[in-house]
Design a protein around this ligand. Structure first.
Ligand code: ACM
Length: 546
């Protein structure tokens, strides 16, 4: 009893003597994106100082280290992580939290506690905490004391799949940028990175059994200049410069390990049967004509697709065997989009298979092709995900559908009780222009997807019943890079649209409020700047463009 009184007295005395205990915080101190499920504003602030220590159980060592680095950088002080000392920042697991990625965050003047059902939940709590920290000191604004406003937050995501894609084939991006991209995703509580690794214009992943995929398939002789829709016009121009790049398997391992520490699953995409000109250039026997092609040097869809031969299946199974050894993801993306059937129409081999298998047409042949790949991947404990064209000719039994040509494919698949990821062009194509006025915009593929348009998106179509809506795993935005040549431009195309998408996939649709989001977004852009991120500033000025 005596002890309890003494402790209580000590707390009161320290609260009274601590100038941070009773600070009244402003609402503006709590601008968080994506918006948490619930947030209480409290009195007091937690000061980061030389006595601050982070403690976490062994299972949360990664999160402890991550937070230690983050806080040390921001405060300019060493904020250590210790498994032994009882610190005043505590990371904990709690089985009773319902959502696998859910967390609670409590900040008072003398204690921060982040509790997650899993380490992922704790990691998201850390991301929220990072947005509560006032911006780091800059040369012109030297902060001597960094303090965090008191709060009590309970939060969990709406969707289990929160994805961003990056095409590294049309233009190649180095490992250092891929890691930065992963950090941008993590900051927004996104949990999936769809890595588009193979294309007509370049094969970007080392496959040991087929070295020509990279020695030949990763390099195009030159690249079309200007907009791709000029390619069949007489005045088409090419730049005359070889372009290439690929990731070694060591690079891939490094990126996968990095993503894991940020709770991001990487889904690799190996395109088939179309978008495979680079592979067919490296190994012409995989094509339908045996012709020696060249790696694609213009954009758009190419007629060359894999032959449905046993040799191709052997090749693809070998490639996928190496791919799944590198990527722990349950889902493997097998493309399936934009595969013109002209070459199969003209191929004796393809027509013989159609007859032999009793297939109706080339669409059913594509379905046969994809089912075989699915069977192989299922036998290795993996599932396929493919663009919505995989519905044509019959959907493979366990496939997840990525609906990009609007939501129609996704709706159809959900009604068939297949999992779906929504990525309709109108809301989720971040290679589109961000504003209607294109005078000051870098060249883009076309279309128009404003931040507000992204923010307005609801991935759950009204056409589906509540039961059917359960098959919608979430949404993803795609970043096709025909016209995006540098990391800075990727950032420009992605920010702030990704920030809007993060709220679409994390927060409740019912509480969405565009004006409130804009206020928080403007606040977050200061953080982009502090982190050295390039973003489309003017896109914020255009408030109600559709
Ligand atoms: C796609 O945009 N071709 C999936």
């Amino acid at each position: 009893m005596k002890n309890t009184l003494l402790i209580a007295l000590c707390i009161i005395v320290s609260a009274c003597s601590n100038k941070y205990a009773k600070v009244i915080n402003a609402e503006a101190d709590y601008h968080i994106i994506p918006k948490p499920t619930s947030l209480k504003i409290s009195e007091g602030r937690f000061l980061l100082d030389k006595n601050t220590v982070i403690t976490a159980e062994t299972a949360l060592e990664n999160e402890g280290q991550y937070l230690s680095e983050m806080l040390s950088t921001i405060s300019g002080k060493s904020i250590p992580f210790s498994k032994e000392t009882q610190g005043n920042i505590l990371l904990k697991l709690d089985e009773t939290i319902e959502n696998n990625e859910g967390y609670t965050l409590s900040v008072s003047y003398n204690q921060i506690t982040i509790t997650g059902k899993t380490s992922a939940g704790v990691f998201y709590g850390i991301q929220t905490l990072s947005q509560l920290i006032p911006l780091p000191a800059t040369a012109s604004n030297t902060q001597t004391e960094v303090s965090i406003p008191a709060t009590s937050i309970v939060d969990s995501p709406k969707f289990v799949y929160r994805g961003m894609h990056l095409d590294v084939a049309r233009h190649f991006f180095p490992v250092s940028f891929v890691k930065k991209y992963i950090d941008i995703l993590a900051m927004h509580k996104m949990n999936t990175f769809h890595w588009h690794l193979t294309e007509d214009q370049g094969w970007r992943i080392e496959i040991k059994k087929y070295p020509k995929l990279t020695s030949i398939g990763s390099i195009r002789k030159e690249t079309i200049v200007g907009h791709g829709n000029t390619w069949n016009k007489p005045d088409v121009k090419y730049d005359g410069k070889p372009y290439g790049g690929f990731y070694t398997q060591e690079d891939i391992k490094e990126v996968v390990a990095y993503a894991e520490t940020r709770h991001i699953t990487i889904i690799p995409e190996i395109e088939l049967p179309g978008h495979s000109l680079a592979a067919i250039t490296a190994y012409p026997e995989l094509g339908n004509t045996g012709e020696q092609y060249e790696v694609g040097k213009r954009w758009g869809v190419f007629p060359e697709i894999y032959a449905p031969s046993e040799e191709t299946f052997k090749f693809l199974e070998d490639v996928l065997t190496e791919v799944i050894a590198l990527f722990p993801s349950k889902l493997i993306h097998i493309g399936g989009d934009e595969a013109p059937k002209k070459q199969w129409e003209a191929s004796k081999l393809a027509q013989d298979i159609i007859k032999r298998e009793g297939l109706k047409d080339e669409h059913e042949l594509q379905s046969y092709f994809i089912r075989r790949i699915e069977k192989f991947l299922n036998s290795k404990g993996r599932n396929i995900i493919g663009w919505d064209e995989i519905l044509e000719g019959g959907l493979a039994p366990n496939a997840t559908v990525m609906s990009w040509r609007g939501e129609k494919g996704g709706i159809q698949a959900a009604k068939m009780h297949h999992n779906v990821v929504m990525t309709p062009t109108r809301f989720c194509y971040f290679d589109f222009y961000q504003t209607k006025d294109r005078t000051n915009e870098p060249l883009a593929i076309g279309g128009n997807t404003s931040v507000e348009q992204v923010y307005s998106y609801n991935p759950l179509p009204k056409e589906l019943t509540k039961e059917e809506q359960k098959y919608i795993l979430g949404a993803q935005a795609n970043v096709w890079t025909e016209y995006i040549k540098t990391p800075e431009q990727v950032e420009y195309m992605v920010l702030p649209r990704l920030t809007a998408l993060s709220e679409v996939v994390w927060s409740s649709y019912e509480t969405k409020d565009w004006n409130d989001f804009q206020t928080r977004l403007i606040h977050l852009t200061k953080r982009y700047e502090a982190l050295g991120l390039n973003y489309a500033k003017h896109s914020l000025e255009i408030k109600t463009e559709k």
